[in-house]
Write a protein that binds this ligand. Structure first.
Ligand code: ASP
Length: 599
């Protein structure tokens, strides 16, 4: 070994010992002719001292010429820091190393940005940090995230092993079989014109593993989805992917609660309460306007459909007459919202299909809003009672079709919470985690444009047994055995009990989803075939691993917990991937490009 200790190891007990440290020049201070260099490695930092009166000139000069982030090896004696110069902020803050020898292992070029500055992440443009990811990774904050990620992966494997699961790798080169998102294709040189696809998830393989008798499978699996990226998504991401045989929903709940309990204990030393709350989809939408509700604060949606049927205010009365609903929330203390904030909320409502946003500000004992003059006393009284209206409140409305009205207010609720948080009127402790299971999702949703049903989750999800007879007649009412685990308004994962009877699966493919039989055969034939040879009842789940780590690290961005993330445009700024390939490579694949010229 080139070193005797790491940079977070030396304590007063080591005083007097001669030690060798290796690491990066974290910071340098010249004080009265003496040079102090903090040497940093993965574990931490140690102060080293170069005293010219006690060192060959040539060693001192080399130290004086060192640039930040150069790699060095120093040997010296540990001593107590002089009276009054201890640094209580770092574990090695009571000692320093009086250097005797310095070996410069590599001199660094001048840096594109500072690493020793705790504000780097907010001060330096993220693109620059992504281009120099190797430097960014040295920042203690990022290094801590990567370390926690490794720890959580290990504890996951331990837990799953204890529960009798086998870790099985499934292929990355798979077949094109859309589960929803667009896929990445890989041309096959051996049979020109054919393609592999990268898996969106190991869904089909894990189900086949159940048919193969594995019974309990898990994998920390890489998945690929060629989606136009929404904020904070990655084209490739990691899931804790799980499948089990001979189980019911409750078994998955218990397993995941146990796993998350272990992870929270290991990562944050926190005991989370189990079992988690359960909330049917309809309740989540009605009360919070989201299927992944943030239940850390109330501001719940109240329903006024009955009270406003026949309302003079046409928007409300009309919505009810058309079979829709009227809903409202009380953003307590938000009457102070600025014009700009009201406009933002209106835009948000419009982006979810509303024509506008009705609201009432309660200021100086008065209800201020153009709609107030249309409201009857009874309607006002109903608002007053159900929303417990007080001075300073802001009441926001949505009217129309149930799901749309809920969704609109759900978004507005989150926006209002952000504004209230920023104003210090809503305080949510950083260490509070509200877990819940959202259950009883509709098995199918209707696509009005395409005039057909599609799977809310994926086509392998089993209907709730008693709803199977409704599949073809009252499709809308069929509930799926699908569950999502949600924490603080974030969907941590989801899964389902699967269809294991080939005839039910065929009905779903062909009669409900209306996939033509030849296409079903082409895309899922091997699954239907496998199911005919003894498929056990089974189910599973996948947890978003990047998202999970981001929550544990209390960072809003999953890019902060992935060693080499891509940008929102899907580029790796460090390697410049994706990139063109030489014509020869294309010829080998029998591929010809027809790329329109860029402007
Ligand atoms: N394959 C699903 C997904 O990736 C999860 C599951 O159903 O287990 O979302």
């Amino acid at each position: 070994m080139k070193r005797t200790h790491h940079c977070n190891e030396l304590r007063p007990a080591h005083i007097g010992q001669t030690v060798t440290l290796c690491g990066w020049v974290h910071s340098r201070r010249d004080l009265g002719g003496v040079i102090f260099i903090d040497i940093r490695d993965r574990e931490g930092r140690t102060q080293t001292v170069f005293d010219p009166s006690d060192l060959p000139k040539e060693v001192f000069d080399r130290a004086a010429a060192l640039r930040s982030e150069s790699v060095v090896r120093v040997t010296g004696r540990v001593r107590s820091r002089p009276e009054g110069t201890n640094n209580a902020k770092i574990p090695t803050g009571e000692i320093e190393v009086m250097v005797r020898e310095l070996e410069v292992l590599n001199l660094a070029d001048p840096l594109p940005f500072q690493i020793d500055d705790p504000e780097t992440a907010s001060r330096v443009n993220e693109e620059l940090r992504l281009k120099y990811r190797f430097l960014d990774l040295r920042r203690p904050e990022l290094a801590r995230n990567i370390r926690l990620r490794s720890k959580v992966a290990i504890v996951t494997r331990q837990f799953m092993d204890e529960q009798g699961f086998l870790e099985v790798e499934t292929p990355i080169l798979f077949k094109s079989t859309p589960e929803g998102a667009r896929e990445f294709l890989v041309p096959n040189r051996r049979d020109p014109g054919t393609f592999y696809a990268l898996p969106q998830s190991p869904q089909q393989f894990k189900q086949i593993l159940m048919v193969g008798g594995i019974e309990r499978y898990y994998q920390i699996a890489r998945c690929f989805r060629d989606e136009d990226q929404r904020a904070d998504r990655q084209l490739e991401f990691t899931q804790i992917d799980i499948e089990m045989s001979f189980i019911e929903r409750e078994d998955i709940y218990a397993l995941i609660e146990g796993l998350l309990k272990r992870i929270w204990k290991t990562a944050l030393d926190q005991d989370i309460a189990t079992p988690f709350k359960r909330m049917p989809f309809v309740e989540a939408m009605s009360r919070y306007g989201m299927d992944k509700p943030d239940t850390r604060f109330s501001m719940e949606l109240a329903d006024f459909t009955e009270e406003f049927c026949g309302s003079q205010f046409k928007v409300f009365g009309g919505a009810v007459a058309a079979g829709g609903v009227v809903k409202a929330i009380n953003a307590k203390g938000l009457a102070c919202a600025t014009q700009g904030q009201i406009e933002s909320m209106t835009e948000l409502a419009k982006s979810f299909g509303a024509k506008g946003l009705a609201f009432i500000k309660v200021e100086n004992g008065e209800w201020k809003s153009p709609i107030v003059r249309f409201l009857t006393d009874a309607e006002k009284a109903a608002l007053q009672t159900k929303l417990a209206i007080e001075e300073g409140d802001l009441i926001l409305f949505a009217a129309g079709e149930w799901l749309a009205a809920c969704e609109i207010l759900g978004r507005i609720r989150l926006y209002a919470a952000e504004v209230l948080k920023a104003a210090g009127k809503l305080v949510i402790p950083a260490d509070r985690f509200d877990f819940l299971w959202v259950v009883d999702f509709p098995l199918l949703s209707f696509d009005k444009e395409q005039n057909r049903w599609y799977s809310s989750h994926h086509p392998f999800t089993a209907p709730v047994a008693e709803d199977i007879p409704l599949l073809k007649t009252e499709t809308r009412k069929v509930r799926g055995q699908h569950y999502d685990v949600v924490v603080n308004g974030v969907e941590l994962g989801g899964g389902s009990i699967r269809i294991h009877q080939p005839d039910v699966q065929k009905t779903v493919f062909e009669e409900v989803l209306q996939i033509p039989p030849d296409e079903t055969k082409l895309r899922f034939g091997y699954m239907l075939e496998a199911f005919r040879y003894g498929a056990p009842p089974h189910g599973g789940i996948a947890l978003g691993f990047d998202r999970l780590i981001a929550i544990l690290c209390n960072t809003p961005s999953i890019r902060d917990v992935i060693a080499f993330p891509k940008t929102a445009k899907g580029t790796d700024l460090m390697t410049d991937a994706p990139a063109p390939v030489p014509a020869k490579q294309l010829r080998e694949l029998y591929l010809e490009l027809k790329v329109p010229k860029k402007e």
